[in-house]
Each structure stands twice: as structure tokens, then as C-alpha cells.
Design a protein around this ligand. Structure first.
Ligand code: PEP
Ligand code: MG
Length: 752
């Protein structure tokens, strides 16, 4: 390094000695700035630390006036130091005072210095402070010097994160590391969650920064890169990443970085400057994260996110750390924070300890959301940037009603939420009082409110919610939580428990709906370009009839002596329903031949969730005992809009006239053929949408148990005749009925 005495390695070695010295934090910091200044042949070296009030306080300096320490401060974005902190980017100037952002602080004596190099002190994408060197004469610092200063800034980041500097801050402040954050997202599953953060993919905390033996570290880095490449390729081959198209992104990322040798090279250079392999990965990752913060193009952000994931994997390779948080010790009030996850991953966690889920991505009808809702776990999606701000164990409040999260909440927010929890409890009591009341409109029409379920934990809620029964039992959830295919006996045991818990109430089972975003880790399936349109649900079941036959047999046994209601998902043409019915018939005959007890009656239904069947409705209805509309899939296919795609979440409205007309068409056809119809998609659990469905002719809807109370309250407050009349007149002319429905609710006193 030109202009430095010993090069970065010597500097890092000296810093390591300093870190071990038994001196006070201020003394250590003072010695650090002296070391950096002398090593970089700079006349000035200063450290600014970001406080929670958004000011950058001068914590130590060599070269500026010592009186300025803990006195001088700049706002974020103010002066050169403030700009570096807010942009999370170095600033390298041969004449600092010419820069438009230069802010003169007379107490520092800074005016004598012309050249200026400042770098952000970063940790996990968060700016914690700024490290500056200055020289009297105009000069530009070369690239190696910038790199060396960034590497040194990591040592400071460790000191700040370790809490050592906290007591030094000028009175009344604490450091930005612990700053409270208010984050806005999208409410996915209602409820309030008060608890402590658990990172679904824990970030490695690198504590040994400085290498003992650079060549050894280089070998470790190379070996970890090799095994990272192999493990990513293995994953791709095993198809584990087929879920949600994720494999494609990883593949693209992998390709991109396999070709762009820059990533590996930059990490190798960081090792050569004296860092451990882990610290080198983090050093380069810091740059990626800082770029991510500044990047507004969503596609590039996504790529940078992928690179960040890859760096996390590399860190895990280096440390050989494979522990999944779901398998470790969870706090009693865990709030899981993740970029995204599949439904099976959520089910890995101990339900009793889960208080909430916060996703950086996430969509209202994706399966992880549905599972969270079924489990009654408050969930937020699209909380951008939370992973960069949160530390494991941080207190966090999430509001699944308003869509907000409060990270490290200040006491007044905490108090407000304690009140809110009390208020909710009162509202729940109010709903509980409605439990025994039938859901009847003011003009006397009874609406059946069913629950969607899929796990044993759901069962007590059927009765607690005062539901009319189970309108959709998602049998695939048992398969998703299992490590291998559940045997027939295990399936039968679950179905029997479900029927027993439901007692007299009807239960509608749905045959296995796997594929799409519900991949079973133990099922080897080919990679698909479009899994939602792929080999899934009834398609898979008819091609591998062994699976469906076993399930049918388990159901027939479990429902012996009572009614069995079974429906098939994703029926796209009537022939699929005929073949599925034939399988049931054959199994029934088989059991009969061997003298097994059979259900008193078997009712077979189809889910209406593929648009093609809308034009074969009469033929389908003639064959079915009942039908159920899967509005999640139906709307996804009607609008050609991936239900799990974060960017499309607010693009199409279920209350658009196009979707309401399709839903009205189904309800009308079923009524004219006298076939019972329900709707079991997520819109049934939203009081406003449920009101629209009732106005369209639906008399039975099925939803998450937690939604029953609010929907029942709505039903009790509506008058059907004017609602139907309003919808009938508006649906003909409007493009979207949301506003009309809201206005109707307001003027007619409907409780939403
Ligand atoms: C639906 O598609 O609306 C539905 C109820 O089924 P799932 O959400 O499980 O696909
Ligand atoms: Mg569906």
C-alpha cells in the first residue's frame, strides 16, 4: 500500500494486540486512531459513532482538537461524515472543503486539512458510524488505502456491536445499533405478536477478524468456495429448490458469480490484507448490503439479495454450522423473521412458542400465509429491510391488523400495545358470546360458516369458533410436516381424529394437493418451469394412483359408519373427476368384498379453481354431490397472477367485477342444478369480501378459524335483499365494486 508504513496486515496485527489490552474502551479507541493514523501516514484519524437520535458523535480523534471529542456531532446526511453514513459509501476527496456537503465545525480545527477519506462502519448492512483519515496536503487516497480503511472499520463495528462503546456516548443518548425502528408491511394474518426475534436463517456473527496465518485462511476460503459450489449444484440436482421457482434464482446467481470471478477475487484480496476467511466474506458482504440499501431497481436488489444469501451459505460452510433455528432452543415468545419460507418450514417450529412471523416477502394467499393463519400466528409480509436491522433476541411487536412492526419498541409503544392486547381480548370475548348464535342475516337467511383446517392443532378451534363444520380439510399438511410419506395407518388415524373432533358437524376432506409451492422434500419430482401450472394436485394423483388409492382407503376406513365427504383439487375437465370417482368406487368395492365397515354415505365433490371448468360447469355439476370454489387458485389463474408473487399482491382485486362475475356464474349454476356450493379461499375470511359473496348467492363459506367471529358479526348485521339488489345493479356497470360495497356497509350499518 502506497503511503502506509506497514501495510494493512501490520495494522491489523497491531489492532488485534490493542483489542486484547486490558484498558478502558476510550483508551482503546484512542490508541486505535493513533495506530490507524500512523499506519496510513495520515495526520488525522477520527471515529464518529451513530447514536439513536440520528446524530454522529465524534468518539475519538488523533489530529483534531481533543476537546471536540464527545462534543462535535453531525446529523445523518449533514457534512461529509453525515453523507458517508447515510449513503453507506466511502468518500475520497483531495480537497474536502470544496465538497458541497462540507460542514465547518470550528471546535475541531479541521480547516487545516485538505484531503479526506471516510468510510462507513457497517455491520449487517446497517451503518454504525464513520471512520475518517485526513491529510494536510491535497492527495487522493488510492484504492488499496480505501480497502484498508474499510477493513479497519470492521474492527470498530465489532467494538460497537459488542456494546463496549455504549457508556461513552454523550449523556442521554444510546447508540444507533439499538435504535427502535418502525416498519410498515402488509398484514397477512391478523393478531398481535409481542415477543423476541428469531432469525429463520441465522446470520453468522464473525468474531475472529484478524488472521493468524494468511495462507491458511486463503486455503480455508478456497475450500469453502469449492464446497459451496458443489452444495449449490447438489441442491439444484436434488430439486429441493424447485419450490416457488427459487431454484432458478439461485441457479442464476450461482451462474452469475461463477462467471464473475470478481466476488471470489475480492474475498481473496480481503484475506490477503490480513483478515480471516470469515471476516473476508463479511467484508465483501458489507459492500453488497450497502449497495442493496442504495439500489432502487427491484431486479438488481433481488440479485444482491441472492448474493447475500450465497455469502451466508459460504459463512456457514466456513464455520461448518448447520443448525436450523427450528431445531434449536426457541424463546417462549418467538417471532420468526425470514425473507420467505415454505409452509413446511413454518411447521418445523414449535407452535406453542410462536408468537408471530415477519417476512420480507410473502403474499396473502401463499401457502405459508395460509398455514400461519390456520395456526393463528400473527403474520406480516413485505417488511422490507428488517433482516438488516434485527438482531436475534431483539424485542419486537408485530401488528397483524395494521401491518406494522416495531423493532426494539420504546416503552410508550410497548404500553400502547399492552392496551391493544387487552382490547383484542375483549373483542374476542364478544365474538365468543356469538358462538352459539347461528349466523343469520337480519332478514332471516342462515349462512353456514365453516373453517379450513389441516392439522390436529386446528381441531379444538372448530368448536371454539362456533363453526358449522370443516369446509376444507387440507390433507397435504400432514404430508408436509412428515419426513417421509405418511403410511395408510397414520393417515387413517388423523382422519379419524378429525371426524371425532368434529362430532356431528360435517367435514369435507380434500384429496392430496401437492405440487406448486407445496413440494414434499421426500418426493422426487422433476423441476418445472411453472410449478403452479404443473404436475400437481389431481394431475399427480391420477398419474400415481397408488398415492390416491392409499389415501382413499384411509378415508373410507376412518369414516366407517358415518358420512364421508371428499373433494378433488384442481379439476380442469370433467374426465378428471370421473377418473377420481372411479378410483373411490373401486376402493369401496374392494373393502366391501373383504367385509370392512364402510361409510354410511360417500359424497364426492370437486374444487372449482381452474378457469376451464367454468365452461363445463353443467357437466361437472351433474356428476358432483357438491362443489367448492378455491378462490385462491381460481383468481390466480383468472388474472394470470402468481398468488405467491410479492410484486403482484395488490395488483388485482378479488372485488373486481371480473372476478365477482365469475363467482356469481358459479353460484348461479350450482343453484339452478341444486348442487350445494361453498367457497373456501382466503377471501371468505375477509368480512367485506364475505359480504360480497353472500350478496352473490353463496350461503356457505369456509375460512380460517380466527376469521369466524368477525365474519359472523358482519352476517348478523346485514340485510340481504338490499345487498343483493345493490350488487345486481353495480356488477353490470362497474369495473370494481370495492367502493360500492364499502359505501353499502357504511350506509346500512354493516359491522365490518
Ligand atoms: C384455493 O385455491 O382457494 C384453496 C382453497 O386451496 P389452496 O389454497 O390450498 O390451494
Ligand atoms: Mg387451491
Amino acid at each position: 500500500m502506497r503511503g502506509s508504513i506497514g501495510g494493512p496486515r501490520v495494522m491489523l496485527r497491531r489492532l488485534r494486540e490493542l483489542m486484547a489490552e486490558p484498558v478502558s474502551a476510550q483508551e482503546r479507541l484512542d490508541k486505535i486512531v493513533v495506530t490507524i493514523a500512523s499506519n496510513m501516514v495520515a495526520e488525522v484519524c477520527s471515529v464518529y459513532v451513530l447514536r439513536d437520535d440520528g446524530t454522529l458523535e465524534l468518539f475519538a480523534t488523533e489530529g483534531l482538537r481533543p476537546e471536540a471529542v464527545h462534543l462535535t456531532s453531525l446529523q445523518l446526511g449533514e457534512g461529509l461524515v453525515g453523507v458517508i453514513a447515510s449513503d453507506a459509501k466511502p468518500l475520497n476527496l483531495s480537497n474536502a472543503q470544496d465538497h458541497p456537503a462540507f460542514a465547518y465545525r470550528p471546535e475541531t480545527g479541521e480547516e487545516h486539512y485538505q484531503s479526506f477519506l471516510g468510510v462507513p462502519v457497517l455491520r449487517g448492512g446497517q451503518t454504525l458510524g464513520v471512520l475518517v483519515v485526513q491529510n494536510r496536503t491535497p492527495r487522493t487516497y488510492n484504492e488499496e488505502e480505501v480497502e484498508a480503511l474499510q477493513t479497519t472499520a470492521m474492527v470498530l463495528a465489532e467494538m460497537i456491536a459488542g456494546g463496549e462503546l455504549e457508556p461513552l456516548a454523550r449523556s442521554g443518548g444510546s447508540l444507533a445499533l439499538r435504535r427502535p425502528h418502525h416498519l410498515a408491511g402488509l398484514a397477512l394474518a391478523e393478531g398481535l405478536g409481542l415477543g423476541h426475534a428469531v432469525l429463520h436463517e441465522p446470520r453468522m456473527v464473525v468474531t475472529t477478524l484478524i488472521a493468524e496465518d494468511v495462507h491458511h485462511e486463503l486455503r480455508r476460503l478456497n475450500a469453502a468456495l469449492d464446497s459451496l459450489r458443489t452444495s449449490v449444484e447438489d441442491l439444484l440436482e436434488r430439486g429441493e429448490f424447485a419450490r416457488g421457482g427459487e431454484h432458478r434464482e439461485i441457479l442464476e446467481t450461482f451462474r452469475m458469480f461463477a462467471h464473475d470471478r470478481g466476488w471470489a477475487e475480492r474475498m481473496r484480496e480481503a484475506v490477503m490484507s490480513g483478515l480471516t476467511a470469515e471476516a473476508a466474506v463479511e467484508r465483501v458482504q458489507n459492500d453488497t448490503r450497502a449497495r442493496m440499501l442504495r439500489q432502487t431497481d427491484p431486479v438488481i436488489r433481488e440479485r444482491l439479495h441472492d448474493l447475500d444469501d450465497l455469502a451466508n451459505r459460504l459463512l456457514r460452510e466456513l464455520v461448518g454450522w448447520q443448525i436450523h433455528p427450528a431445531l434449536g432452543e426457541l424463546p417462549r415468545d418467538a417471532i420468526i423473521i425470514a425473507r420467505n419460507m415454505g409452509p413446511a418450514e413454518l411447521l418445523d417450529y414449535d407452535r406453542d412458542r410462536l408468537r408471530g412471523l415477519v417476512l420480507e416477502e410473502g403474499a396473502p394467499t401463499s401457502h405459508v400465509t395460509i398455514v400461519a393463519r390456520a395456526l393463528g400466528i400473527a403474520t406480516l409480509g413485505q417488511v422490507e429491510g428488517i433482516l438488516d436491522l434485527v438482531r436475534p433476541g431483539d424485542p419486537i411487536i408485530l401488528d397483524g391488523d395494521s401491518g406494522e412492526a416495531h423493532l426494539r419498541p420504546p416503552p410508550d409503544i410497548e404500553r400502547a400495545y399492552v392496551d391493544k392486547v387487552r382490547f383484542r381480548a375483549r373483542r374476542q370475548e364478544q365474538y365468543a358470546r356469538l358462538r352459539e348464535r347461528p349466523a343469520t342475516t337480519r332478514d332471516g337467511t342462515e349462512i353456514s360458516l365453516f373453517v379450513n383446517a389441516g392439522l390436529l392443532v386446528d381441531l379444538p378451534q372448530v368448536k371454539e369458533a362456533g363453526a358449522s363444520g370443516i369446509g376444507l380439510f387440507r390433507t397435504e399438511l400432514q404430508f408436509l410436516v412428515a419426513a417421509t410419506f405418511p403410511r395408510m395407518r397414520e393417515q387413517q388415524a388423523l382422519y379419524r381424529d378429525v371426524l371425532t373432533a368434529a362430532g356431528e358437524l360435517p367435514v369435507t376432506f380434500r384429496s392430496l394437493d401437492i405440487g406448486g409451492d407445496k413440494m414434499l422434500p421426500y418426493l422426487r419430482a422433476a423441476q418445472e418451469e411453472n410449478p403452479a401450472l404443473g404436475w400437481r394436485a389431481i394431475r399427480m394423483a391420477l398419474d400415481r394412483p397408488g398415492l390416491l388409492r392409499t389415501q382413499i382407503r384411509a378415508l373410507l376406513h376412518a369414516a366407517a359408519g358415518r358420512e364421508l365427504r371428499l373433494m378433488f383439487p384442481m379439476i380442469a375437465e370433467v374426465e378428471e373427476f370421473d377418473r377420481a370417482r372411479e378410483l373411490v368406487e373401486r376402493e369401496r368395492r374392494h373393502l366391501e368384498r373383504f367385509g370392512h365397515a364402510l361409510p354410511e354415505r360417500v359424497l364426492l365433490g370437486a374444487m372449482i379453481e381452474v378457469p376451464s371448468i367454468l365452461w363445463q360447469l353443467d357437466e361437472l355439476l351433474d356428476r358432483c354431490d357438491f362443489v367448492s370454489v378455491g378462490s385462491n387458485d381460481l383468481l390466480q389463474f383468472l388474472f394470470a397472477s402468481d398468488r405467491a408473487n410479492t410484486r403482484l399482491v395488490n395488483r388485482f382485486d378479488p372485488l373486481a367485477a371480473s372476478s365477482l362475475r365469475a363467482l356469481r356464474h358459479i353460484a348461479g349454476a350450482a343453484r339452478s342444478r341444486n348442487v350445494p356450493v361453498t367457497l373456501c379461499g382466503e377471501m371468505a375470511g375477509d368480512p367485506l369480501s364475505a359480504m360480497a359473496l353472500i350478496g352473490l348467492g353463496y350461503r356457505a363459506i369456509s375460512m380460517a378459524p380466527s376469521a369466524i367471529g368477525a365474519v359472523k358479526q358482519m352476517v348478523l348485521s346485514i340485510e340481504l335483499a338490499p345487498l343483493e339488489a345493490m350488487i345486481e345493479s353495480e356488477i353490470a356497470g362497474s369495473c370494481n365494486l370495492r367502493n360500492e360495497l364499502l359505501a353499502f356497509a357504511r350506509t346500512h350499518g354493516v359491522e365490518l
